[in-house]
Design a protein around this ligand. Structure first.
Ligand code: F6R
Length: 649
């Protein structure tokens, strides 16, 4: 996701920060910024757009010449990609600056409290609250005109929550010297936040150090000679040092020019041994994975977690930021249209199932390239959900606009904040997958699935079509998905051996019923686009109506069997394949003992609710496509004839 850099040493910080950010560019970003300590005060320069723009606004004689600084490239999650929302963000007094990767889940209530205490915010980001929280911990506050001495805040709430000062809204940050160390202030500030993040802080009053905290998002510290460098990823460090400290979740590092100390947020010290990095620069960009696609497949548990973060915490219903349809609109809804292309359309097929099953609203998914030219009966009592990773796909935008013309309300599910689709939609649900670089989509698809499940559940709760215990049960099962996705990834070697065995075949088939059919379509597309094998997905019941003629001895047929209500039916279809000598590879739950009576090749996934099974069942199919393509020596990240974002019709 975002790129992070930090430098404390004897050299000019700015060129090192810019060079590091350039090496992190492959991660994708929409704005960039730096903060450098210059003669005792912090200079911030930031801009929407690319590093070329940042370089332009930081060049000039002696503009930024300090030897301590931090830098950031931002991939927007809260707030549009604008100059104001670019990092670093500062406190009211300009003495504390913060860069951040990840999400502060409870930033809205924190922001409201801080504003009530007189803090002025200059951005729409979640990040800015951290700068103001640290400011309070360092400098306390006083009421203007009372002559009262400043009050450094020591506790975590009681003092700060002074009702009188809240009401007046007249609190002002004082200018006194802080008696609190920066690390202590950061610790107290982050203890008030919830979320997954990496935070890096610089303070002009404690100019010899940078403080960094990791809570899920990665942070690495490089140890040089008389200099210490921090980055969110290894490639940014490699030209300076190969000796690194990897910061773990819940740890805080204090970096000075002579090295770094690490402790846990609860204060316990951590003795860390430096690691020696042996990767070359290209391997490092991919986090040690040979391809971005494999890296992105492995990022799925985290992407799932981030997509659900802060949205499934209330027991009774999802809380979908960016979705603002009224209760009356939802009650009066007669139909949902879902429109998208390719993989995003396949996610929409899963969406259809869950919306119909939970919210009892008829749903019609339609390919965007078809919907835009169809005389579709779209009216104001419909909601059209347009799904697009990039938010820029020409057909999807055209279909969404056409639907809008016919009076529908438009909801977007997208990965890119500020994308055209997100700007044109009435409701926007961001999937928070982070930049997806491989052309073949993996983590964007899986996060679209949970976004659609959350949307379906929200509609169902509002329409009263699911009971509270069932909602609680579904939410609990959804929250378990990241851990279960991780379990599937641990079985990667089994899939890789199967791929090695089947990589020389020319045709494969995928069958399933209901949600399994939706996943079969995505599994088949993944295989086609990167392995260049011919493959086809079929509703299992359709096989005998024609395609069975192509099933000859040894032809691989993937059979997905996660849907209990049609389980036996799919078993019959498996028998049809076996009777023609086809090789059946089942994708089945761990608890399914019956399936081994029908085939000995089974790719297993952990048990979950059938409605959520697609999130897990797709993972072995993504891995299979990846390993077949690798066996065949294909260009996996950039398959022939395909582009990541299709902005032409
Ligand atoms: C396949 C793939 C494509 C995209 C499609 C839509 O792996 O990535 O099929 O899903 O081009 O792209 P977005 O989601 O950006 O609208």
């Amino acid at each position: 996701m975002c790129g992070i850099m930090g430098y404390v040493g004897h050299r000019s910080a700015l060129p090192i920060l810019l060079d590091g950010l350039r090496r992190l560019e492959y991660r994708g970003y929409d704005s960039a910024g730096v903060a450098v300590l210059n003669d005792g005060h912090i200079e911030v320069r930031k801009t929407a757009g690319k590093l070329a723009q940042l370089t332009e606004i930081t060049s000039g004689p002696g503009l930024l010449h300090g030897t301590v600084g931090i830098g950031h490239t931002r991939w927007a999650t809260h707030g549009l990609p604008t100059d104001a929302n670019a990092h670093p963000h500062s406190d009211c007094g300009g003495r504390v600056v913060v860069i951040h990767n990840g999400i502060i889940e409870n930033f809205l209530p924190l922001k409201e409290e801080l504003q009530a205490r007189g803090h002025t915010f200059r951005s729409d980001t979640d990040t800015e609250v951290i700068a103001h929280l640290i400011e309070e911990e360092l400098y306390g506050h006083e009421q203007p005109g009372t002559g009262e001495p400043p009050r450094p805040l020591r506790g975590l709430g009681a003092e700060r929550g002074n009702a009188e000062t809240r009401r007046s809204g007249s609190l002002r940050i004082t200018n006194h010297e802080s008696q609190v160390t920066l690390e202590e202030a950061v610790r107290r500030a982050v203890q008030q936040t919830r979320g997954a993040y990496a935070i890096v802080v610089l303070c002009s009053d404690q100019p010899d150090r940078i403080v960094a905290v990791r809570q899920i998002s990665p942070l690495i510290i490089g140890l040089g000679k008389g200099e210490t460098i921090l980055a969110s990823d290894i490639p940014a460090l490699l030209s300076h040092t190969r000796d690194v400290l990897v910061i773990e979740d819940g740890e805080m590092a204090v970096m000075t020019a002579s090295g770094a100390t690490v402790e846990r947020l609860d204060g316990a010290t951590v003795a860390k041994q430096p690691l020696r990095i042996t990767w070359d620069a290209e391997m490092a960009e991919k986090g040690g994975y040979p391809h971005f696609m494999l890296k992105e497949i492995h990022e799925q548990p985290r992407a799932l977690q981030e997509t659900m973060m802060g949205r499934l915490d209330a027991p009774g219903a999802p809380e979908l930021d960016g979705v603002s349809y009224s209760p009356e609109f939802v009650r009066g809804l007669r139909k949902l249209w879902i429109t998208a292309c390719g993989t995003a359309y396949h996610a929409g097929l899963v969406g259809r199932w869950v919306v119909e099953h939970w919210a009892k609203i008829p749903v019609e998914p339609e390919l965007a390239s078809e919907l835009r030219y169809r005389d579709a009966l779209i009216d104001p009592q419909t909601l059209t959900v347009a799904i697009s990773q990039s938010g820029e796909t020409a057909d999807t935008l055209a279909a969404a606009r056409e639907a809008r013309k016919r009076g529908t309300r438009l909801a977007a599910i997208t990965n890119v904040v500020g994308s055209t689709l997100s700007r044109e939609a009435d409701d926007v649900l961001y999937v928070r997958a982070g930049p997806e670089i491989a052309v073949a989509s993996s983590k964007a698809y899986i996060t679209m699935l949970v976004a659609l499940q959350m949307l379906a559940l929200d509609l169902a709760v509002r329409r009263g079509t699911v009971t509270p215990p069932r909602v609680a049960h579904i939410i609990q099962a959804m929250k378990a998905l990241p851990g279960k996705a991780q379990e599937v990834l641990q079985r990667e070697s089994e899939v890789a051996s199967l791929a090695a065995r089947l990589a020389d075949r020319e045709h494969m088939f995928f069958i399933g019923r209901g949600l399994d059919y939706a996943v079969a379509q995505e599994g088949s597309l993944k295989l086609k686009e990167i392995s260049y094998l011919h493959s086809e997905a079929l509703a299992a019941g359709e096989l005998k109506h024609g395609t069975l003629a192509l099933v000859t001895p040894g032809v691989p047929v993937f059979a997905l069997v996660t849907q209990r209500h049609v389980y036996e039916k799919t078993l019959s279809n498996i028998q049809e394949v076996k009777a023609r000598g086809g090789l059946v590879i089942a994708v089945a739950y761990d608890r399914d003992t019956e399936i081994t009576k029908h085939t000995e090749v089974v790719l297993r996934i952990p048990d979950t609710l059938d409605d959520l099974a697609p999130v897990l069942a797709i993972i072995p199919l993504q891995l299979f496509a990846y390993y077949v393509a690798r066996e065949r020596g294909n260009d996996i990240d950039q398959p022939r004839n395909l582009a990541k974002s299709v902005t032409v019709e």
